[in-house]
Design a protein around this ligand. Structure first.
Ligand code: GAL
Length: 630
């Protein structure tokens, strides 16, 4: 498949007489996709029922006349002000009980039936009118962005009670499952059950976990309703643009109904805003972004998309406006980010946005063009990618040698009971992903209900609090080396009890008998290399002991292909574990310089220099932001 480029365009922000010139310049640049419409509700329907769709039709036709394909966004992330008059209780409510205000976006509650019906209504109107024109769809915009999945509204409370009633059938069954005898928390009726905010002490973790499952289901349902409305009038593929490090809803479940998973890649914003990396790391990569964060999400969304179809719907083209600090990218990084996405299989990389806006919250956010329409620095880099794409026949994709299991429900279990500050599921997964990448390995991310691990040499399953039966069966059948743990292996029967539970992994006789969490200044060194940090388990069982710590604790135990890891590994310990697993799997690895990352895409190997300095690697010197393939 030929890789393509696009941009995000807001015709409603600009006088109509410049649309045609914009379309010409987009096409001349070599873009083929333009996303429009996703925040335009107040212009599409200025008052309830008063539709004004002609301007959008003219904008779409102007773009299509220049050969551009349109991704039409449904405008439901930004309900207009009149919507509040119609549905005063549609606002999401925060965990302090305060309704979230109008005046930005994403203020709706996923559980509000009236708002969901409005969202379906406007989607149906757009699908009917533009179903034949849209070459692809985007539903809503960035679910969960601005902390918007959890809502403690009356609508959410009612819906949660219904959800619980369906799940447990009787209050007794719920009391039993949640362990409500503790602290006399037993209920006589579902109507007594509140949302798990504003409790005096910590809410029952089973209650909190069910609220997270419920909230995720509400997102899935909200999305599915719009997808159905689109499908009734259009055969074009449907997508949603997910975000970075957003774990509050299950993207695999949401993605099931859509062809394309897209995500919005803001490498510099994410480094500042969503990373625990130490200050020196943030300083070194301030203009390049974290060397692994984008790649992780590329691999994740390849797994979320149907048949591996995924896009970058929004690519940072210059400084953004929303992180604590917003530096400009190092020259060459916009090109590197684009090629990195293609190397991981993106069909399209679409820059956010075409032209910088001279007003509003995003006044200082760069586009491909400056507000005066002169080219901004990202423009030339996009043009370079266009020229390079002409010379590149295709980027093929093949199964990676390494599988990394990633699960949203595990993230919720860790969040509900972290047991220690800093014990965060994403952080653990990302540490391991980074460790694998530093060895030059290409990785597929796999959901926890994966049935088949065939073809992988190494499978890593960190922090999966509950291992579903299906995955257990796949592990038993796999030929791969499998590294499991820490905090893994509760049986599905125990799934409402997030916490330290004995692993129940057939063929691996290891039991966790105790869990402790560690202050950041008390790592426990491991004999030979590295240390256990943050999370440490005491292990018993008959499996072979592979590693012990200086206190005599067992760190890793193995039976055949299966290894259990009873602690959070620091980079040194992780490297040792992964090198051993590679050796046992017969899997070749590289010793990469710190700034270099590689990605094997079918027969082509891409090499990226994420550092600010030139790096010598395999007989050539890569400049800062350098990309090489061959
Ligand atoms: C994204 C969002 C866009 C725009 C952009 C700015 O999160 O989808 O609408 O706000 O950030 O970086």
């Amino acid at each position: 498949m030929k890789r393509t480029l696009g941009t995000c365009y807001y015709p409603e922000h600009w006088p109509e007489d410049i649309w045609a010139e914009d379309a010409v310049r987009m096409a001349d640049l070599g873009l083929t996709w333009v996303r429009v419409g996703e925040f335009a509700w107040s212009r599409l329907e200025p008052a309830p029922g008063q539709l004004q769709l002609d301007w959008l039709e003219r904008a779409i036709d102007t773009l299509m006349a220049k050969g551009l394909n349109v991704v039409l966004g449904t405008p439901t992330a930004a309900p207009p002000r009149w919507m509040l008059d119609r549905h005063p209780d549609m606002l999401a409510v925060d965990d302090g009980g305060h309704p979230r205000g109008f005046g930005s976006r994403r203020h709706y509650c996923f559980s509000h039936d009236g708002y969901r019906a409005e969202a379906v209504r406007i989607t149906r109107i757009l699908a009917r009118r533009f179903g034949a024109r849209a070459a692809a769809w985007q539903v809503d915009n960035e679910y969960g962005c601005h902390d918007t999945v959890y809502s403690y509204s009356d609508a959410a409370r009612r819906a949660f009670r219904d959800w619980l009633c369906q799940r447990y059938q009787s209050p007794d069954a719920l009391n039993q499952a949640w362990g409500n005898v503790f602290w006399s928390m037993e209920y006589d009726s579902f109507d007594q059950i509140d949302l798990p905010n504003l409790t005096v002490a910590q809410a029952n973790p089973a209650h909190a976990l069910d609220f997270r499952r419920f909230s995720s289901d509400q997102v899935v349902r909200f999305n599915a309703a719009q997808v159905a409305a689109i499908r009734a009038h259009s055969n074009a593929p449907v997508s949603h643009n997910y975000m970075g490090r957003t774990l509050e809803f299950d993207h695999f479940a949401t993605g099931e109904r859509m062809e394309i998973a897209a995500w919005d890649s803001y490498p510099l914003g994410f480094l500042e805003d969503r990373s625990e990396a130490p200050a020196r790391h943030k300083r070194r990569y301030a203009r390049q972004g974290d060397p692994d964060f984008q790649a992780f999400h590329h691999d994740l969304y390849r797994a979320v998309g149907r048949d591996g179809r995924w896009w970058v719907m929004e690519q940072q083209p210059g400084p953004v406006n929303w992180a604590p600090h917003n530096p400009a990218p190092l020259a060459g990084m916009v090109r590197l980010w684009t090629w990195e996405a293609f190397a991981h299989g993106a069909e399209c990389v679409s820059y956010f946005r075409w032209r910088q806006i001279p007003f509003s919250q995003e006044h200082y956010h760069a586009g491909l063009l400056r507000p005066d329409s002169a080219a901004a620095p990202g423009f030339a880099e996009a043009a370079q990618v266009v020229r390079e794409l002409v010379a590149m026949p295709d980027v093929e994709q093949a199964q990676a040698p390494v599988g990394l299991v990633f699960d949203y429900a595990a993230a919720w279990a860790w969040a509900v009971q972290p047991q220690g500050q800093g014990c965060d599921y994403f952080r653990l997964i990302f540490d391991i992903y980074r460790g694998l990448r530093k060895l030059g390995l290409s990785i597929d991310i796999l959901p926890a209900d994966t049935r088949d691990l065939a073809g992988y040499s190494l499978v890593v399953i960190p922090g999966l609090v509950t291992i579903p039966e299906r995955l257990m069966t796949a592990i038993a059948k796999a030929r791969a080396q499998v590294l499991i743990g820490p905090r893994s292996g509760a049986t599905p029967r125990n799934r409402t009890l997030p916490g330290p539970l004995p692993p129940a992994i057939p063929g691996l006789d290891v039991t966790v008998t105790r869990v402790e969490t560690l202050r950041p200044d008390m790592p426990v060194p491991v004999d030979g290399a590295g240390a256990v940090i943050l999370w440490r388990e005491a292990l018993e069982g008959t499996a072979d002991v592979l590693d012990t710590d200086v206190a005599g604790g067992r760190v890793a135990m193995r039976s055949g292909r299966l290894t259990y890891l009873g602690g959070w590994p620091d980079p040194g310990l992780l490297r040792r574990l992964l090198l051993r697993a590679c050796r046992d799997a017969g899997l070749p690895h590289l010793d990469l310089p710190p700034d270099i990352r590689v990605r094997q895409s079918g027969p082509t190997r891409f090499v990226f220099n994420h550092g600010p300095d030139p790096v010598a690697f395999e007989g050539r010197t890569l400049p800062p932001a350098g990309v090489a393939w061959g």
